[in-house]
Write a protein that binds this ligand. Structure first.
Ligand code: EPU
Length: 422
């Protein structure tokens, strides 16, 4: 795949049919990192989505000395990390995704040493990792900036009280991993409570870790002597589910999705209902019917269980076709409104106000546009607008979409959309 690939969308098709939600990227990534902690046995992960960030994370494992077999079609990764001996993370890989920071906790816990240079990822804000480093330091590690990167080492990690100023998703996962082999008990206060953290901890517990309180604001970790391989099936991806639900909705379609966990998407689903979307649960499937006329919406993104920041670009695309003014405020990341420019290219009327508030004046008759996927979720918003717009839209910088969604164009084509990747 190269960055010259383009996605062409012939808009205006009502989606119909069935699609399956992929495994969760943001749950699989900490599990892949945690597999480094298994000094005995293999780790077997099922429903691992073959998105770019996951493939690169598996490459990182290999470069550190792990044996990895990954069957993309099956979604099964078999990891043997018993022979890992390298603690310096390869910059050319870590510079491609921000979750590479998640390898630090396990390396520090197992080898008492870790080294990271550049971290990449979506450009949606400054995205500091100070909570991670501060937590490692509280566990007794020496954390220092060295030769353009960070080096951390410790003789012994000691259980400690740690906290996040804001409930950080990967922050909690990283600190749980770092504390898993520390002596005694650790507490993380003001922890994030996202479902991916709960799934990750379920897996980590199978590896022999002792963690309590995942899914709440206070997480307790009791250090253990050793961790071992384990087998786990990754949860479904709530963000991929949300994207497909919005695709069905914005095209005024009628689709069925397998793998939507409504418990993880309650606020988002309620917002769709307010806009006029119908959702009907039928066993493992969810039916989604888009309305002929969308109602406007008020959305404020916040930490789980609030409205997810990752679905904000997508719901803004839906707001563009709603009749009336929608108010959308981003509070999690300081720079996650770049997609406004893209939506305007489709003819939407969206004006940024102060304090990251966007007022969308709808309804707009969306017209095809030539746009660039700025990051995974902003790219999803472009696809959504393209599906609803009249004419042929082109989306470039597809690698961004590929970082988070598996064969999105294939699944949308299966639902009757007219898409072509060239
Ligand atoms: N923050 C700090 N310091 C830190 C850590 C976080 O100030 O050390 C701040 C951030 O700047 C932000 C807030 O805390 O304002 C929350 O950020 P968080 O740490 O929760 O984000 P993250 O862990 O880096 C994960 C997801 C993101 C998702 C966010 C928010 C993974 C691999 N990434 O990022 O997913 O947007 O949580 O839910 O789990 C995506 O999938 O497209 C994506 C960007």
């Amino acid at each position: 795949m190269t960055s010259e690939e383009m996605l062409y969308i012939e808009g205006g098709q009502r989606l119909r049919g069935e699609a399956v939600v992929q495994g969760s990227k943001n749950a699989a990534l900490p599990m892949i990192a945690a597999s480094l902690l298994a000094e005995e046995g293999q780790t077997i992960l099922h429903r691992v989505p073959p998105v770019k960030d996951v493939i690169v994370a598996l490459e990182v494992l290999c470069r550190l000395g792990a044996k990895v077999e990954y069957d993309e079609a099956e979604g099964t990764a078999v990891i043997d990390a018993t022979g890992v001996d390298n603690t310096a993370l390869p910059e050319e890989l870590t510079s491609r995704f921000r979750a590479s920071v998640l390898f630090l906790g396990p390396l520090l816990a197992r080898f008492r040493r870790a080294q990271l240079k550049e971290v990449g990822g979506c450009l949606i804000g400054q995205r500091p990792v100070d909570y991670h480093y501060r937590g490692f330091a509280r566990l007794g590690a020496k954390v220092e900036a060295e030769r353009g990167g960070m080096v951390m080492c410790a003789e012994q990690l000691q259980g400690a009280f740690m906290y996040c100023d804001l409930p950080s998703h990967t922050g909690v996962e990283n600190l749980v991993m770092a504390a898993s082999r520390a002596r005694g008990e650790s507490i993380i206060e003001n922890a994030a409570s996202d479902p991916e953290i709960v799934d990750f901890v379920e897996f980590f517990t199978k590896m022999g870790a002792r963690v309590e309180g995942a899914g709440t604001r206070t997480v307790r970790i009791i250090g253990v002597d050793k961790l071992h391989g384990a087998e786990h099936t990754v949860m479904h991806d709530r963000l991929d589910a949300g994207m497909l639900m919005m695709a069905g909705s914005i095209t005024r379609g009628d689709i069925a999705l397998k793998g939507v966990c409504t418990e993880h998407l309650r606020v988002f689903e309620a917002k769709l209902h307010q806009m006029g979307v119908e959702t009907i649960e039928k066993g493992e499937w969810m039916q989604i019917k888009g309305p002929e006329q969308f109602s406007p919406i008020n959305v404020t993104t916040t930490f789980y269980p609030g409205f997810p920041t990752d679905l904000q670009p997508g719901i803004m695309a839906l707001a563009c076709v709603a009749k009336g003014d929608s108010y959308i405020r981003e509070t999690v990341f300081e720079d996650r409104l770049g997609h406004i420019k893209n939506l305007r290219a489709f003819g939407a009327k969206a004006s940024p106000e102060k304090d990251r508030l966007v007022i969308v004046h709808g309804p707009a008759q969306l017209k095809a546009a030539k746009v660039k996927a700025l990051d995974i979720r902003a790219g999803a918003a472009c696809v959504l607008a393209g599906l609803a717009a009249e004419g042929r839209t082109s989306v470039s910088q597809l690698y961004q979409l590929d970082r988070g969604h598996v064969r999105l164009e294939e699944r949308l084509t299966g639902l009757g959309a007219k898409l072509e990747r060239i």
